[in-house]
Design a protein around this ligand. Structure first.
Ligand code: ATP
Length: 627
């Protein structure tokens, strides 16, 4: 109750300053959050918890945030526990003294291992009261679980997990089990947790009377700093102790990449550039990579969603050769594309993304017969000890060219671009398609690098704008039906949704049942059945559909369709185009999985509304032209 109160008083909260934080405070907070859909309540509960921790034990703030997110370590290096559903189920059986059969039966009813464990645990008689779990110990033990390697690692992991579960009380059991399964299901995303943290930090330093504007400003500044250095350990201590936010790039820690907004055609894209000078750059179809060259020469490669990529040893060597010998450290943005090199020096043909993704993951150098790659560099964020984030693109591109004097066609190249004339955009689009690219990126030359933002200064114009639907959508499968006939044994169709970042909810958009291979059906059905089927529709799923099973929101799929219509059942962008109804994608077809995207980065209701409006405008135009 205290955590939900506007008048929350962290001083009178019951704990002595400097005392360890009980894990129960975090688990109770997760319990409240998972039972409400009210965003304000969620924010208040999170904010008050962080304020409480900041007051009593500031050094525990980072670990409490991580426990609350159910994700330990910085976002670019999240700790993996390596525990499957079977291992955790085993632990629950031992701690609750039940057989696997009893557990299986209850799981069929409840569908959530955390809920099942909590129910068994609460009905257990206790010989003595277990020592309360402290947040710090929980964090430490979970990290120890992740570090177990070698022959007896499975049983060592289980011993550690069991010792935690034995001590767990009330909601702790449920959330410990879910944390170990790396699936917390509380319905609060990383953005809202971090917003609450930023607000708590400012209230902690400036008192309860801070204005709404001051809180909003604090959130903006925090997000900016976090996008440049997504490491709470680097940010939070200075913020709590001194009220300052470090905003520097650390070479070796990935920056959140700048993203583009979609457009629906050449004219629309050029309009969005306004009066500003811009370039049209080829949009290559490969893997986005942020390459960091540290002083001393170490090179690391990071994906769009901040995962370190180890399979690009050859690309790292190619970059090293292309660099200016004087250059000490750089961070550059590029697309790594699969290529087939010709016999003539510098000749090559670009390959599809699929051919690139079939490369062995851990290859340290180009394996014989493996797909060769070319780096197409398009931005430079850090150069010889200086951040370039606030410099205009024009200047960053000049420095990029200077930083790579030894580049070679087919190995390391600068992304192709046109000059700044508007009339050349259509030609650039056609030329890019002929070269095997996805389209063009329009970029304003006077603008800075907006880390972590889908920016108005970058507009993507894909070739598909001329096909049925202007842009594909990135959707999250949230449920499915059981397939019939040839598809018996597989899930089909899949209910897919957009993600509304404001409301923090998934809104259904369509049933997808085409574009999948048989192999994909088999692996995907097995994947969801292995721990991602959930018993009930969560409060943060909006749909009038009733699939046979509901899924955790865990993957993103690129889906293309014919057009967008108002729907009686789907709830995407409900109330935006029609008073009560939502929008649906007609004739959806699966294009590919997007493992490089988090579910929170899936398309949102705004994207669907934009596509709907663009279609309406095109149809109106066609009718005027008598078509
Ligand atoms: P998409 O799903 O269209 O690939 P996305 O959500 O991954 O988009 P966006 O920023 O919307 O990312 O689109 C730009 C993407 O296109 C980049 O993430 C990058 O992978 C790729 N790309 C290819 N060439 C370029 C380029 N010249 N400049 C920027 N991005 C490029």
């Amino acid at each position: 109750e205290a955590l939900q109160s506007d008048d929350f008083d962290p001083v009178g909260g019951g704990l002595m300053s400097g005392t360890d934080l009980p894990y129960l405070a975090i688990a109770a907070c997760m319990d409240v959050i998972s039972q409400t859909k009210k965003r304000l309540t969620i924010q208040l509960v999170l904010q008050n918890l962080f304020l409480f921790v900041a007051h009593h034990s500031p050094e525990e703030l980072v670990l409490s945030v991580e426990l609350l997110l159910g994700s330990l370590g910085p976002e670019y290096k999240t700790v993996k526990f390596g525990l499957g559903g079977a291992s955790v189920a085993n632990m629950v059986c031992q701690v609750c003294s039940v057989t696997r059969q009893v557990l299986r039966n209850s799981y069929k009813d409840d569908g959530d291992l955390g809920d099942v464990a909590a129910r068994f645990k609460s009905s257990q008689g206790l010989l003595g009261k277990p020592k309360p779990l402290m947040a710090r110990n929980v964090h430490e033990k979970l990290v120890m679980i992740s570090r177990q390697e070698g022959a007896r690692s499975v049983s060592k992991k289980q011993e550690l997990g069991i010792s935690l579960l034995r001590q767990a009380r009330g909601p702790e059991t449920k959330f410990l089990v879910r944390t170990m399964l790396q699936c917390l299901r509380i319905g609060a995303n990383r953005t809202s947790v971090l917003q609450a943290l930023a607000k708590a930090a400012v209230i902690h330093r400036e008192g309860k009377r801070v204005s709404k504007e001051r809180l909003e400003e604090a959130v903006c500044k925090f997000e900016k700093a976090y996008n440049i250095c997504p490491s709470l350990e680097s940010i939070v201590p200075a913020l709590i102790e001194k009220g300052i936010l470090p905003c520097d790039i650390s070479v070796g820690i990935p920056i959140k990449p700048m993203l583009a907004k979609p457009s629906t055609g050449v004219e629309a894209a050029v309009d969005l550039m306004g009066e500003e000078p811009f370039i049209a750059e080829y949009k290559y179809d490969g893997q986005r990579a942020q390459m960091h060259v540290e002083e001393g020469g170490k090179i690391t490669v990071w994906s769009r969603n901040l995962e370190q990529k180890f399979g690009f040893g050859d690309a790292c060597e190619q970059l090293r050769e292309a660099l200016d010998g004087e250059c000490s450290s750089i961070v550059l943005d590029c697309e790594i594309v699969g290529v087939e090199r010709g016999e003539k020096a510098g000749s090559f043909r670009m390959l599809s993304f699929q051919e690139l993704s079939s490369r062995p993951r851990a290859a340290q150098s180009q394996s014989p017969g493996g797909t060769a790659v070319c780096i197409f560099a398009f931005d430079l964020m850090f150069y010889n000890g200086t951040s370039l984030l606030d410099r205009p693109l024009r200047e960053r591109l000049e420095l990029l060219e200077k930083a790579l004097p030894n580049r070679r066609d087919g190995f390391v190249m600068l992304a192709s671009k046109t000059d700044e004339k508007v009339t050349t955009t259509r030609d650039a689009l056609m030329a890019s398609i002929e070269a095997g690219c996805e389209g063009v990126m329009l970029k304003q030359l006077s603008k800075c690098y907006e880390a972590g933002r889908r920016s108005d200064f970058w507009i993507k114009l894909k070739k598909d704008y001329c096909s049925d639907l202007q842009d594909s959508l990135d959707l999250v499968p949230i449920g499915a039906w059981y397939g019939n006939g040839r598809k018996a044994g597989w899930f089909s169709p899949f209910l897919c949704a957009v993600y509304d970042r404001e409301q923090e909810e998934f809104q259904s958009l369509c049933r997808v049942m085409s574009g999948f291979s048989d192999e994909f059906y088999t692996t995907t059905t097995a994947f969801f059945k292995d721990g991602h089927v959930i018993p009930n529709k969560p409060a943060y799923y909006q749909t009038l559909e009733s699939p046979s099973v509901w899924f955790d929101p865990v993957v993103v799929w690129e889906v293309r369709g014919a057009n967008i219509t108002v729907s009686p059942v789907h709830q995407a962008a409900a109330g935006r185009v029609h008073d009560s109804r939502g929008l649906a994608l007609r004739f959806p077809r699966f294009v590919r999985a997007r493992p490089d995207k988090h579910v929170e980065e899936a398309s949102g209701p705004d994207d669907v509304v934009t596509l709907y409006r663009a279609e309406v405008t095109t149809r109106a135009g066609d009718q005027q032209n008598g078509e």
